[in-house]
Design a protein around this ligand. Structure first.
Ligand SMILES: Nc1ncnc2c1ncn2[C@@H]1O[C@H](COP(=O)(O)OP(=O)(O)O)[C@@H](O)[C@H]1O
Ligand SMILES: [Mg+2]
Length: 239
């Protein structure tokens, strides 16, 4: 969080959580019933037009259970942990604006607000909207390699994304021609967790991405996979 976005105080008794809870926009993902609770995402434009567009994940009773939290804990807290861990590993993630939880009448409410990944397009839309043709073969190949390397970076740290679909891999092209490079950001980390072995994390995510690769031609998939493998081997020499 670089410069925290502070909502204007309406009255001193209104909690920060309540003010963010009241800050709403149009649904990007309508609330759906999962994990005996509900979760949805809204796109929020603050009145201050100089602020970035925000994405607000709103959840009610949406919990995960683990050995450390047998009675359940809001999934946004797991996502928050993963956002911070991925950023520390040098993998771009949406910038955190606000995260908070509270219990209302015995039910959890939770919020995770992030700034829009400006100038990025999802891997799903990359294929759908013809970015390969727009940027050319070289940039396209660099994009595939960058995705393989970014995934390898979290896997090397034994992190598993857990929801590794093309719609959760975001891409931004910087520069042009020979100097062009592609930045990769990962989002929707609410299922992300650490595994005991890097191979288990990698196997899970790569199988998942392969299953959901949709329009990706097989040669593209192999290129992405090769970059993932090469990054692993490069790492093995360092250790
Ligand atoms: N910070 C962000 N920048 C750009 N797009 C975002 C951002 N956060 C969420 N989105 C968009 O909203 C969609 C839903 O968010 P996501 O975190 O996947 O929530 P859910 O758990 O409901 O799937 C994403 O697939 C993405 O298209
Ligand atoms: Mg999602």
């Amino acid at each position: 969080m670089n410069q925290p976005i502070v909502l204007p105080a309406r009255e001193s008794l209104t909690s920060t959580f309540q003010r963010w809870w009241d800050t709403q926009g149009e649904w990007v993902e309508e609330p759906n019933q999962r994990r005996a609770g509900e979760s949805g995402v809204q796109r929020v434009r603050l009145r201050d037009a100089s602020q970035p567009l925000l994405y607000s994940k709103r959840q009610i009773g949406h919990l995960y259970r683990s050995l450390a939290h047998p009675f359940g804990r809001p999934t946004v807290l797991r996502e928050l942990q993963a956002l911070q861990a991925f950023a520390r590993l040098g993998v771009r993630v949406p910038e955190l604006v606000y995260c908070g939880t509270r219990q209302q009448a015995g039910q959890w409410q939770a919020l995770l607000v992030t700034a829009e990944l400006d100038g990025f397009v999802s891997l799903e839309n990359w294929y759908r909207d013809g970015h390969t043709e727009r940027h050319g073969t070289l940039v396209h190949q660099r994009m595939l390699a960058a995705v393989g390397v970014a995934l390898n970076r979290i896997h090397r740290a034994r992190w598993q994304h857990g929801c590794c679909y093309p719609k959760h891999i975001f891409l931004r092209v910087h520069g042009a021609g020979d100097a062009a490079w592609v930045e990769v950001a990962l989002l929707d980390l609410e299922k992300s967790r650490r595994r005991l072995r890097r191979s288990a994390a990698a196997r899970h995510d790569l199988r998942q991405l392969h299953r959901h690769r949709q329009d990706m031609p097989v040669e593209d998939w192999l290129r992405l996979l090769a970059a993932h493998t090469t990054a692993s081997e490069a790492d093995a020499h360092v250790i």
